[in-house]
Design a protein around this ligand. Structure first.
Ligand SMILES: NC(=O)c1ccc[n+]([C@@H]2O[C@H](COP(=O)([O-])OP(=O)(O)OC[C@H]3O[C@@H](n4cnc5c(N)ncnc54)[C@H](O)[C@@H]3O)[C@@H](O)[C@H]2O)c1
Length: 342
């Protein structure tokens, strides 16, 4: 889709929960030249609450009604993961460009169908890999591309959430499909052009062992091997008592880059009791600028027709790694990543 500079881009939000509320606010207030024109959520009270907060008039309980609305140019999908692929396909068929939260799909077949639907309809398809838009991760990527640290040899990426979020209601394999998927994408982003060919997983339920037999794991360590020889680790834990912790590292033949951290600001207190700093408790606080930047980029892609920095193909490649991780955990041995390159 190629749109003139002067036209306001009208966005529709599908899913008005925690992440949808944040994206809705961003779309309504922080994207020059774009506005939030409609909200859809099957829970009518969720949609109505956010619509009232953000002054949005058109509110739907059926996402298809929003997709049929001719006044919408692009949609932001922030519904639960298992509905993503079908929503992407329906949006593309309705001629709407799509920003879809991660994961774009749960199976590789779904991912292929979503990518094909967007390509057939010639609409933009961007996925919510927000770390690509964090200043330090973006600069690190550009440094690697420019050869400033030589050839990447060792990489690491980690995610630690501050508090366990209702394991009884969590979908199976959430640690691989919804958390570590960020780290798999980050590792690919920091080793551009290379693909992961093998993974080996060690994972457990160390925080809430009572949920382990229901497939809920809260701690995981993944070793990965890339096709350019680089080795990597990705790790996640759902109870970092000190705050939300996202970090990355690339070690190369000519140097090293490190990214991320937990601090709220650069204030450090040196007191008689020791040294103290405040930390962030929410992803949307720690990575706020990155979330806003990714939606600005989406609107920019709608205007220019450029391919987004985090594409449907990137979503598929990260999903292929996540699926191989599930197999590796089940088998207790290394597993080849199938179809990492579409
Ligand atoms: N990029 C990130 O860092 C990040 C962070 C948090 C969540 N997420 C992703 O965002 C998505 C939503 O997560 P959340 O924490 O906001 O969940 P949530 O449960 O808070 O909200 C989901 C909302 O979607 C609605 N919904 C349910 N089925 C729907 C459907 N078929 N169509 C439209 N709406 C539907 C629910 O009523 C609810 O309001 C998930 O895929 C999650 O992985 C991404």
């Amino acid at each position: 889709m190629n749109m003139s500079k002067s036209k306001c881009i009208r966005l529709g939000l599908i899913g008005a929960g925690r992440m949808g509320s944040f994206h809705g606010l961003t779309a309504a207030r922080h994207i020059p030249g774009a506005c939030l024109a409609a909200i859809a959520d099957p829970t009518a009270s969720q949609a109505a609450r956010l619509a009232a907060e953000l002054d949005v008039e058109r509110v739907y309980t059926d996402p298809q009604q929003l997709l049929d609305d001719p006044q919408i140019d692009g949609v932001l999908i922030a519904a639960p993961a298992r509905s993503h692929a079908e929503l992407v396909i329906a949006a593309a068929r309705a001629g709407k460009s799509v920003f879809c939260e991660k994961p774009m799909a749960i199976t590789l077949d779904e991912a292929d169908r979503a990518i094909a639907a967007a390509a057939d309809a010639r609409v933009t398809l961007q996925v919510g890999f927000n770390r690509r838009f964090a200043k330090s991760f973006r600069s690190a990527h550009l440094d690697v591309v420019a050869g400033r640290i030589g050839t990447p040899q060792l990489l690491r990426s980690l995610t630690r959430d501050p508090a366990l979020n209702n394991p009884a209601n969590s979908p199976q394999w959430v640690i691989f499909l919804e958390t570590l998927i960020h780290d798999f994408d980050t590792l690919r982003y920091l080793n551009p052009g290379a693909e992961v060919v093998e993974v080996f997983v060690q994972a457990d339920a160390l925080i809430a062992p009572q949920f382990k037999d229901k497939g809920f794991l809260d701690t995981a360590l993944v070793s990965l091997r890339f096709d350019n020889g680089a080795l990597a680790t990705a790790e996640a834990n759902f109870q970092a008592v000190y705050g939300y912790d996202v970090r990355g590292e690339v070690f190369g033949s000519a140097g090293m880059l490190t990214m991320g951290g937990v601090n709220d600001s650069d204030l450090v207190r040196y007191l008689s009791s020791g040294v103290q700093a405040d930390t962030q408790r929410l992803d949307t606080d720690l990575l706020r600028d990155a979330y806003v930047a990714e939606l600005n980029h989406f609107v920019d892609c709608l205007r220019t027709g450029n391919k987004p920095i985090a594409s449907g193909e990137d979503a598929r490649a990260a999903l292929a790694i996540a699926r191989a991780c599930i197999e590796s955990y089940q088998q207790g041995q290394p597993v080849r990543v199938q179809g990492g390159r579409p």
